[in-house]
Design a protein around this ligand. Sequence first.
Ligand SMILES: [Zn+2]
Length: 186
Amino acid sequence: MRISDDRYNRDRIRFDLALRFIRHEARTHTIRIWTGLTDDRIRKLYRSYFPANGGVARRRGKSPQLASFFLRTPRMRHETAVLASMCYLYGVMPQERVADAPRRMPCAQRGEALCGAYETYRRLVPTSRISLEHAIYLVTSLARGDELRPSHCADCWGLIVVDRFAVSGRRCRNCENWRHGKLLRR
Ligand SMILES: [Zn+2]
């Protein structure tokens, strides 16, 4: 009885997680590696819960893979910093660097934390252009540390995301704006 209860609970967690991923328009491949469900079960979930897709886009093909996406404008750098902060607060990020992060990070428990972080982020930044697929790229890239890395604003010590070649002393958008305004008033 206990074994079937445990199995039921495990399945329930994986199904609930898959539904959250589907709502955030994650790709089937992504859902499979984070939940451990087969493609066939994911397809059945789509059909059962989103007949005629119910406004949920189903994406195919490759996941986004571009570190520069996160740093290209001050607004994107700010949104990336907010999302990364949520991921650290929700315990999505590992304690140490993970060289093979795309393979070693996905699991249902971390997936739940990731959805929690992403959903809170979307409430804070409702007009965000960062998808859940991008969020996954961001957390694995930060965990690897070979393209993007976490850093601190030189003024307020808030979390910012920089590329691995960035010199220290960078500032967050708010501190940058504040300094700029102060210089203009002189
Ligand atoms: Zn700052």
